[in-house]
Design a protein around this ligand. Structure first.
Ligand code: FRU
Length: 488
């Protein structure tokens, strides 16, 4: 089928306005031009990883949502493909919102939320598009209309279907809101495996908000890793929890439990935040051909969207991260493909760190991978500043007496007041900090204690030549460090 006028226009626009790679991250996915939010349709199909994303090519702010598209064979090099979906059907006129993808009988199925006007407001329904990895044809009507929900559910908040297979059947998990206003995850099943466009049937409410974690639950996900089932959610309107583990606004959580499949209850055992940095939302996961569960998220916070003046793109994805367990904790580490690209630049051992900043030869840069091992036995505080220069810096600090991890971007060069400082409970360290830091021009990602605690932040306001790194302590610490360039 010929692409519609709206889709052709988006494709033409992005082809003509593609940003010079020198002004994009080296190995983090971004839109070629314009705005992006949530990763969508994160899947492996036709020998490639497919990343779609919420996309507005025409400006660096949110607008009528399209699905942008990029592919990769190594999760580090991203090739832009033409825009995949545009809001060009009567049922998605107000936007093609987030959703998932799966390979099905040799085809790539996309399921997304179509937003359309109704009365004074809008409704959200789940819609299907089928394609070959580049061009997608929409079904004629939503496959899951908004009135196919239990009584009292919201028709306006019914979005972000996550698509998965359960044996021979296709299933979807979608975010909704019950009569009490609280978020819930609804599970549906396709009764006709030969026809994903046939109406889907409601199976169960898989999880419900107990009122503690925000309102609406956006962008659900589901996977089983070594016997434990994990539900991913991105709650809106969270209020900082008394233990400070969850923060105000849009946060991200995993519910960990046991589940025996559609129709059986999800037995929730624990919950945990996924990232305690300043910028992280709406993650999705996929399974790689070699069996790894890999997560990617939007490296941004809805309450801190200030594109730098003159920027041609805004919004980026996190590094793809492998998920694994350490005991009961769901941990994250950069994909192994990044390790393979490392080239050792410099290594240090037993460097004493006190109050005075320690600056080490060759330890600098904005595109790098670095690992620290810090003995903290006589330290009450340890920290580092990075992206330093011309009076700018960003700081990661561990206040060991209070058990607080502190991320401070107030001096990075922005002129907005808000979302520049986060303090979260620090995980137990047992006297030794293991910290991995990955920098890629416009972002920093930190993995503590082998990925038991993770923190991400975007860095749009610090010029590229602010590339200094320094360490400091209160009391005394001793530092081993290895720093790698990345051959990409
Ligand atoms: C989450 C979200 C989704 C929605 C999309 C719209 O960030 O609000 O719920 O589908 O963004 O762009």
């Amino acid at each position: 089928m010929e692409p519609s006028y709206t889709l052709s226009r988006a494709r033409r626009y992005e082809a003509q306005h593609r940003t010079d790679p020198a002004h994009r991250p080296v190995f983090h996915a971004t839109p070629p031009v314009g705005w992006c939010n949530d990763p969508n349709g994160w899947s492996y199909f036709g020998g490639q990883y497919h990343l779609f994303y919420q996309y507005h090519p025409y400006s660096t702010s949110w607008g009528p949502m399209h699905w942008g598209h990029a592919v990769s064979t190594d999760l580090l090099h991203w090739q832009d493909l033409p825009c995949a979906l545009a809001p060009d059907a009567p049922f998605d006129r107000k936007g093609c919102f987030s959703g998932g993808a799966v390979e099905w009988n040799g085809k790539h199925l996309l399921l997304y939320t179509g937003v359309m006007p109704q009365g004074e407001g809008e409704i959200q329904q789940q819609c299907l598009a089928v394609g070959d990895g580049q061009n997608y044809t929409k079904a004629d009507a939503p496959v899951l209309p908004c009135d196919q929900q239990p009584d009292g559910c919201s028709r306006q908040d019914f979005r972000d279907p996550f698509l998965f297979r359960d044996k021979d059947a296709l299933c979807l998990l979608v975010g909704g809101r019950g009569a009490d206003g609280n978020g819930r995850l609804l599970l549906y099943r396709n009764p006709r495996p030969d026809d994903p466009a046939a109406p889907w049937t409601f199976v169960q409410v898989l999880a419900e908000n107990d009122g503690r974690l925000g309102g609406m639950w956006e962008c659900p996900g589901l996977f089983t890793l070594e016997g434990r089932t994990v539900l991913l959610l991105s709650p809106q309107f969270v209020r900082q929890t008394p233990d400070d583990r969850y923060h105000n606004g849009n946060d991200t959580a995993v519910l960990i439990g046991r589940w025996d499949g559609p129709g059986t209850p999800f037995r929730r055992q624990a919950d945990a935040p996924l990232d305690c940095g300043l910028d992280f939302y709406a993650p999705q996961t996929l399974k790689t051909p070699d069996g790894r569960r890999v997560l990617i998220g939007w490296l941004q916070n809805w309450d801190h969207c200030y594109p730098p003046p003159g920027a041609s793109w805004y919004g980026q994805m996190t590094l793809p991260r492998e998920l694994f367990w350490q005991g009961e904790t769901l941990c994250q580490r950069p994909v192994a493909e990044l390790d393979a690209a490392r080239q050792l630049r410099v290594a240090y051992q037993d460097v004493p760190v006190h109050e005075e900043p320690v600056i080490l030869p060759q330890v600098r840069g904005r595109v790098l991978d670095c690992e620290l091992r810090v003995r903290l036995d006589r330290a009450r505080r340890f920290g580092m500043r990075f992206a330093c220069g011309n009076g700018r810096w960003t700081e990661l600090r561990l206040d060991l007496e209070d058990g607080v991890l502190r991320i401070d971007r107030r001096h990075a060069g922005g002129f907005r007041d808000g979302m520049e400082l986060r303090e979260t409970p620090l995980i137990a360290l047992d006297g030794v900090l293991e910290l991995r830091m990955v920098l890629d021009r416009y972002s920093a990602e930190f993995f503590l204690q082998g990925g038991r605690q993770v923190a991400s932040l975007a860095l749009y306001d610090t010029p590229a030549d602010a590339d200094g790194i320094e360490f400091f302590a209160r009391g005394q610490a001793s530092l081993d460090l290895r720093l790698w360039d990345l051959a990409l």
